[in-house]
Design a binder for this molecule. Sequence first.
Ligand code: NAD
Ligand code: UDP
Length: 346
Amino acid sequence: MILVTGGAGYIGSHAVYELLQAGHQVLVLDNLCNSSRQSLARIEQLVGRRVEFVRADVRNRAMLSSLFASFPVTAVLHFAGLKAVGESVAEPLRYYETNVSGSIALCQAMAEAGIFRLVFSSSATVYGEASQMPISEDCPTGQPTNPYGQSKLMIENVLRGLAASDPRWSIGLLRYFNPIGAHESGLIGEDPTGVPNNLVPYMLQVAVGRRAALNIYGDDYPTPDGTGVRDYIHVVDLARGHLKALERLEQQRGVAVWNLGTGRGYSVLEMVRTFEAVIGRPLPHVICPRRPGDIAQCWSDPGKAWRELDWRAERDLTAMLADAWRWQSRNPHGYAQPAKTLAATG
Ligand code: NAD
Ligand code: UDP
């Protein structure tokens, strides 16, 4: 059985779906601070199986110990954490405590229970402002400019130290580039609370009429069209990368780092144009000053995951945005209301 912490969230829910489809037993632990039980209900609807769910906090070590005593867990996918960059600047202690202390409590309880296979959700943010593109795993990590990014780097270091101290550990650090999109059913997807920080959720909310116009943060970067460039990856491809990492970690010990990206960067304006083609109408947008802390460009060298995991991203940008749009247009208010039926939306 695989424990998925944060399994009700955006990426975790897609991983839970893929695990179930691949025949795994899954146990989800989530305190629902940034997600809804609805995501799991939708997955149950899609796969026709029940998802074991425990509503609890990953920092609660005693609870984790009793969970491991009650369920035959063999490996953990660790998604649970806080991820809003701006919020992390305002509330650093909450971020370090949840992300770093939560990961430590999890590892302590795992070791006590004799479970040593862990896949951790890291981020390309650990590279900071890389001097050359594409970014491969041997590029040095940089200085993340905010507590969120720092917490990811700290956890990576904690996990490296742990693996160095005890050869039984098999740990995968998955450095995600920019996950977007949704499951092709339109039943599960990203449902941010409040004003979205990220580009695609914001574009989607403009398209459904929840926001007036997209703010494009800067058109004076040293990029081909002046707007920021990122490596967007379909969340389903990303989720499948976790299953490949889990398999690989059955055969190798220590810490391994894998980038999960497509190897291609798109600018904000290219994103807007592609999205306009998907929805068949213009997307209102305005050029604004740069957002503090943003880097100009970032894209991956995904070759290591291809060589070692036999994994590569398969979905192109149009598929990512079409799937994101199917989710948002059928669930304009996310999980807050029942999905419209396929027949009703055509
Ligand atoms: P999300 O907020 O949708 O999912 C995180 C889940 O963790 C939520 O369901 C939340 O309720 C849960 N959670 C938070 N604190 C918890 C706690 N103390 N105890 C138990 N559960 C808790 O975010 P996501 O986009 O699915 O991200 C998943 C992971 O991937 C996070 O660790 C995030 O930092 C990392 N990541 C995300 C991105 C991205 O762009 N979405 C990029 C790189 C890395
Ligand atoms: N961006 C933007 N408007 C928004 C949100 C983001 O122009 O409302 C830009 C941002 O400056 C960056 C790109 O879109 O160049 C991706 O931003 P996002 O926050 O999605 O990802 P991250 O910056 O964390 O890579």
